[in-house]
Write a protein that binds this ligand. Structure first.
Ligand code: F6P
Length: 323
């Protein structure tokens, strides 16, 4: 294998650059030419390819975002779009592809590999951590730390003004960020898509726990069945006469920032592994991490199955919350 392409796709996440760096350095070490594809599958269709050198990945391990760029490509979902992508790969002589992204990105690569002879390896790059087969996706740890630092700041002002805050976090349809940031930030309650939200129970919980407390923080996963933080606050507000309720939507700050040690380590180790797997002739697997060991998971499983948070942790939260 002489040429391997690397692309980042879907929502960017802190650590993607560390993964790109590891892929490039490992490829060059083995005498393979790494080809960077700009802006994900859009770049693939349009032939935005460039060979990557040691200089291109110098001093990027600490940078959030992705130097390659990312995009959600509608054209790639069409057969014509993929036919153009296939032609680009053949013209460029690319034999292997590393996709750094979430399950949507893996689906695109998988469909492409059904239509041409292409070896593909997936690296789980998403803050949502909803990928089956890995305990942590690249960017998840950094996003958690961003959220708890933000919640700590909100707690300062909430306790100064005796307020109840509803804080919305990302995660699309998963509650990993919400559940684990709630535990680590000492939130009084957390609402996640994986469990049915009972607003009456929430009102009761806030009132009973709030006795004597100067503030309450309720973390709301953006995909909760009762809606986002603003929706939840509006729904429960009638029960809180005399209380001061506020909402903060953290938004895209959860996607940025310099990756933590953990994200840099996972990204670096799995990026190097991805190149080695391709050179061993492996394909259609995702590189994950379990108990600090790298594992390979069939890409089909990563696409078709989902990871869900350990709901038992939520009961732990109940215990931690009772005064
Ligand atoms: O998948 C990562 C993610 O940040 C989700 O948590 C969020 O719902 C989505 O991307 C936001 O997408 P966009 O950046 O396109 O608005």
């Amino acid at each position: 294998m002489k040429k391997i392409a690397i692309l980042t796709s879907g929502g960017d996440s802190p650590g993607m650059n560390a993964a790109v760096r590891a892929c490039v350095k490992t490829a060059l070490h083995h005498g393979v030419t790494p080809i960077g594809i700009k802006d994900g599958f859009d770049g693939l269709i349009n032939g935005w390819f460039s060979p990557l050198t040691y200089d291109d990945v110098d001093n990027i391990i600490q940078l959030g975002g992705t130097i390659l760029g990312s995009a959600r490509s509608a054209e790639f979902r069409t057969k014509e779009g993929r036919a153009r992508a296939i032609q680009r790969f053949q013209e460029e002589g690319i034999e292997g592809l590393i996709v750094i992204g979430g399950d949507g990105s893996f689906t695109g690569a998988h469909v492409l590999s059904q239509e041409m002879d292409l070896k593909i390896i997936g690296l789980p790059g998403t803050i949502d951590n909803d990928l089956y087969g890995t305990e942590a996706s690249i960017g998840y740890d950094t996003a958690l730390n961003t959220v708890i630092q933000a919640v700590d700041k909100i707690r300062d002002t909430a306790s100064s003004h005796n307020r109840i805050f509803f804080v919305e976090v990302m995660g699309r349809d998963s509650g990993f960020i919400a559940l684990n940031s709630a535990i680590a930030s000492g939130a009084e309650s957390v609402l996640i898509p994986e469990t049915v939200t009972d607003l009456d129970a929430l009102v009761h919980q806030i009132k009973t726990q709030n006795k004597g407390k100067r503030s309450s923080i309720i973390i709301v996963a953006e995909g909760d069945d009762e809606g986002g933080a603003l929706d939840i606050m509006k729904k429960v507000k009638p029960h809180f006469e005399g209380y001061d309720l506020r909402t903060t939507i953290l938004g895209h700050i959860q996607r940025g920032g310099s990756p933590t040690y953990l994200d840099r380590a996972i990204a670096t180790r799995s990026g190097a592994k991805a190149i080695e797997l391709l050179l061993e002739g492996k394909s259609h697997v995702m590189v994950g991490i379990k108990s600090d060991e790298l594992v390979t998971v069939p890409l089909k499983d990563a696409i078709e199955k989902s990871a869900v948070p350990d709901i038992a942790k939520e009961s732990l939260l109940e215990v931690l919350l009772t005064k």
